[in-house]
Design a protein around this ligand. Structure first.
Ligand SMILES: Cc1cc2nc3c(=O)[nH]c(=O)nc-3n(C[C@H](O)[C@H](O)[C@H](O)COP(=O)(O)O)c2cc1C
Length: 203
């Protein structure tokens, strides 16, 4: 594992403490469409998987967002994982408020029924993760919503004949330090650092 050639010493600069964890996802979170709220979309970069059993995700939302009030009251949302095809919509839904625009119509996205929650999914996004809020935590600028995953839908065009989800076929999007990136080539599979290559003979 330690076969790296010696290089010049690595120098470091001290930066102001900040959110430099990268890359992160940039997802389209849908909410509303229930309890008197119109359907809405908000772009969220502060999102992540937080538990496997039960499956849970979190999103961090500023209280001044229109979506905050909706999620706070309805306790439901959908994390829609976009492909590169929705990159423009991802950005647009992150700079326009649902107070001023119908974002589904404005972004040319289709609101389709979810399986387990009252808010719609974004049909065009390859993965739709339906969530029910279990906890919220006021952290400062953002409130963290921790939610249980209640149902997942995936676009069948990304499922190969063996039933494997080929997300890379959709063209995945990442966000890093204020910029969007298209995910590049696959460099290995979980555990590749310890797996023996096929050509490697046992001693
Ligand atoms: C790439 C990107 C990521 C964003 N991530 C977040 C986030 O994690 N939390 C948040 O509160 N706002 C985030 N925003 C800002 C909101 O998406 C934006 O303020 C949006 O217009 C709010 O819409 P709403 O008022 O309809 O809820 C992000 C915006 C962009 C473009």
């Amino acid at each position: 594992m330690n076969g790296m050639a010696r290089r010049a010493p690595i120098e470091k600069a001290t930066w102001k403490a900040g959110n430099l964890l990268a890359p992160v996802p940039a997802v389209l979170v849908s909410c509303g469409g229930m309890k008197g709220w119109a359907p809405n979309l908000i772009t969220i970069a502060w999102a992540g998987n937080v538990c496997s059993e039960p499956p849970m995700v979190s999103i961090s939302v500023r209280p001044e967002r229109h979506s905050y009030e909706i999620i706070e009251q309805t306790r439901q949302f959908v994390v829609n994982v976009p492909s590169l095809r929705q990159a423009r919509a991802v950005d647009w839904c992150g700079v326009v408020s649902g107070r001023d625009a119908d974002k589904f119509a404005g972004a040319g996205l289709t609101a389709a029924p979810a399986l387990k929650v009252g808010c719609p999914i974004v049909l065009e996004c390859p993965v739709n993760i339906e969530c029910g809020v279990r906890q919220s935590l006021k952290l400062g600028s953002h409130t963290l919503f921790v939610a249980e995953i209640l149902a997942v839908q995936v676009s069948t065009e990304l499922v190969d004949p063996r039933g494997k989800l080929r997300l890379e076929k959709g063209g995945l999007l990442a966000f890093a330090h204020g910029e969007y990136f298209a995910l590049g080539r696959r460099i290995g599979r979980f555990g590749f650092s310890v797996r023996r290559s096929k050509g490697h003979k046992r001693r």
